[in-house]
Design a protein around this ligand. Structure first.
Ligand code: CA
Length: 221
């Protein structure tokens, strides 16, 4: 999953970015509101986490822009303003949920999963493909009756991307988009390496390669 984080406060931003990365999201963190509208126009996000009080451009205006552009990404607002009117306005303009600062990072992650499920960005909390089970709330992966597999953050993110679209072929660039945020160096064969490592753990036959097109996991639950 790829998330756009818009937050000008360095400390809050770093804390949220860290928590999102730990939760295996690819994160693009922007501190500037105008940059955020450009980012949304050029990149597809699974979810947007948006601060309202931003320099140069109000978060509420960014939200209006996003919705005007018919971007379907769910938006969770983070705001220090706890006035009821702001919350209602945010929800009216098209936010999916909001959190009032200060909030627990675990609550942000839970709310994000909830809005992605509602929007069907995330199919289910527990995804399955054949005998693979992936729990997005605990980030645990099992194959059959095996114990929890030890996956790296990127291996997990890649598997989650495939399992969120079982039976569908994802191209290399689609997978790169889900696994890497800005500023992360992507070697040309990085996805092949990740697939190779992942197959060793989940079993080679469980991730199919369609030559020249991409990779997929089985659509049979
Ligand atoms: Ca702020």
């Amino acid at each position: 999953m790829r998330v756009l984080l818009v937050e000008d406060d360095a400390m809050i931003g770093a804390a949220v970015e860290g928590a999102l990365k730990d939760a295996a999201y690819a994160v693009d963190w922007l501190r500037d509101g105008r940059m955020a509208t450009l980012a949304v126009a050029s990149q597809t996000y699974d979810i947007i986490v948006l601060d309202l009080g931003l320099p140069g451009c109000d978060g509420m205006d960014i939200l209006a822009e996003i919705r005007k552009a018919n971007d379907p990404a769910p938006v969770v607002i983070m705001t220090a303003r706890d006035e009821v009117t702001d919350r209602i306005r945010g929800l009216d303009i098209g936010a999916d949920d909001y959190l009032t600062k200060p909030f627990a990072l675990s609550e942000l992650l839970a709310r994000m999963r909830a809005v992605m499920r509602r929007r069907r960005t995330l199919v289910d909390t527990v995804m399955s493909s054949g005998d693979i089970k992936l729990d997005t709330s605990t980030r645990q992966v099992r194959v059959g009756e095996s114990t929890t597999l030890q996956l790296s953050r990127r291996e997990y993110t890649l598997l989650e991307a495939l399992m969120n679209h079982p039976g569908a072929i994802l191209s290399r660039s689609q997978l790169e988009d889900r696994v890497y945020g800005w500023g992360e160096e992507v070697e040309s064969n990085a996805i092949e390496f990740l697939i190779h490592a992942l197959r060793k753990k989940v079993g080679h036959q469980r991730i199919k390669n369609i030559r020249g097109v991409g990779w997929m996991v089985s659509g049979d639950a």
